[in-house]
Design a protein around this ligand. Structure first.
Ligand SMILES: [Zn+2]
Length: 157
């Protein structure tokens, strides 16, 4: 069994999506998966006597619905996001390299944020803000240009 989809994956959006994007994705998913719409013909009927299609669609609709219930609410979304972080730490992620935050180049940005970068083979850089790593022991960071990822360990001193 494949790991279950995250609420973001169910809606086909980025974990960094804005509430507007979430709302849009939810509405189009509802249009696509609503049991009434998906069934099309005839009255709603017992899934066991009906095609697989309807049962699957009902399941998907419920996933969409519960994704929306969580993501529409800033507090619940934040709680869910931290759950996802835990899951990420437990799930082996594919990354090309590992490094410590101390290996990265730090630069100070406007507003006091610190940006850490590390050169990628493609010529661009892996980049993350110090704040993104706050409270985490490590984080997988994508390259800004290519599909490479790198695991950055927080170097807590
Ligand atoms: Zn790259």
């Amino acid at each position: 069994m494949e790991a279950s989809l995250t609420h973001y994956e169910v809606l086909g959006i980025n974990p960094s999506a804005t509430i507007e994007q979430i709302k849009q994705a939810y509405h189009s998913a509802v249009l696509k998966h609503h049991p009434d719409k998906a069934a099309g013909l005839g009255p709603p009927s017992d899934p066991s006597t009906d095609g697989q299609g309807q049962a699957a669609s009902t399941d998907t609709f419920q996933l969409v619905q519960s994704a929306w219930e969580v993501l529409r609410d800033a507090d619940r979304r934040a709680a869910y996001d931290s759950l996802l972080c835990l899951r990420e730490l437990q799930t082996p992620m594919t990354y090309q390299d590992e490094l410590d935050m101390g290996d990265m180049d730090a630069e100070d940005c406007d507003g006091g944020a610190r940006l850490f970068t590390y050169p990628c083979r493609c010529g661009d850089v892996y980049a993350l803000y110090e704040a993104e790593l706050a409270g985490r022991s490590s984080m997988v960071v994508p390259c800004r240009s290519c599909s490479n990822h790198v695991l950055v360990r927080a170097s807590v001193t």
